[in-house]
Design a protein around this ligand. Sequence first.
Ligand SMILES: *Cc1c(COP(=O)(O)O)cnc(C)c1O
Length: 379
Amino acid sequence: MKKRLFTPGPTPVPENVMLRMAAPIIHHRNPEFMEILTRVHADLKYLFRTTQPVVVLSCSGTGGMEATISSIFKQGDKVITINAGKFGERWGELVRVFTGNCVEEKVAWGSAIQPERMAELLKEHPDAKAVCLTHSETSTGTAADIKTLSALIREESDALVLVDGITAVGAHEFHFDDWGVDVCITGSQKGLMMPPGLALVAISERAQDIIKGQSGMPQYYMSLKKALKAHAGDDTPFTPAVSLVIGLDEALQMIKAEGIENIWKRHESLANACRQGCNALGMKLFSNSPSFAVTPVWIPEGVKWSAFNKALKNSNGITVAAGQDEYKDKIFRISHLGFYDELDMLTVIGGIERALKEINFDFEIGAGVSAVQKAFLGN
Ligand SMILES: *Cc1c(COP(=O)(O)O)cnc(C)c1O
């Protein structure tokens, strides 16, 4: 059976990217690799819409978040984090581990932090050194308005704007420089059409000044200071994940060929079609500010997640993501992040229909697929 992955990380990897990574390993000090890394550094600036360095770390996305917190702050620094789901919660956990002074704002799952509340938080905590945001909260499939939030934080405070863009970069419109973001992180296995293993971290001038000027927290390997120093010579402080960097070079060529604006539009269109398909099957949407990377839906009444998921996997080869925490068994999440096209949306909605039929859920067969067709082709 053909296996089809519809999870928001890892995401499918194109064949040309896999083939590049399958080539015999080369040495990272060899000119051939140095040339690739130099090109990757340049193309990552295109991806993040920045003229500032984007460093490549050998770790998953969380490693990029940890490197950020441990490289920027000192013990006791106050940091505001927005917890609207699992990944916003992770920012808070990291801040508590490293600085021990976290102001955590909880937002209901499925909603995003509103600018009015952000303004209040900044007034209540004028001494906050930074605000940690999540652009696309993957656990709830919810997008935050980073452009507005970042402008507000810049205007009302001196706090740095730190953005977890792990499922937003390459899916949602994002302008690192123009929006005044200080750090943005993504991971290779999300919008970049790559296997897991790399974190990419864009760093603003004022964040670089802070990182270079202080010793940070106890850390050694996860140091943005070391990464920035090496980056200046298009190098890395330690042996990079050579094969993954080479794969990333290939993926970035694909991204440039399609064009970043077109990629944002494609994700918006796939997300819209996915939502239409779910609606047509009588499945309610979970988020009130939907992400273009992942669509969470309520599991219909009378459907048991375990049976539904088994039918999806075993009879249709489809892997979607389950709900997390209290939404385990209540919602499931369909990814359209990265290497997906319109026919993939027909496939996943068609597969969901077949699985629902198999477990005797009552609906009109073809209704979801028809809605997806109409979303793409017009009525
Ligand atoms: C996947 C994800 C992470 C964590 O990344 P890992 O690569 O699993 O460490 C963090 N934030 C968001 C929004 C994510 O989707």
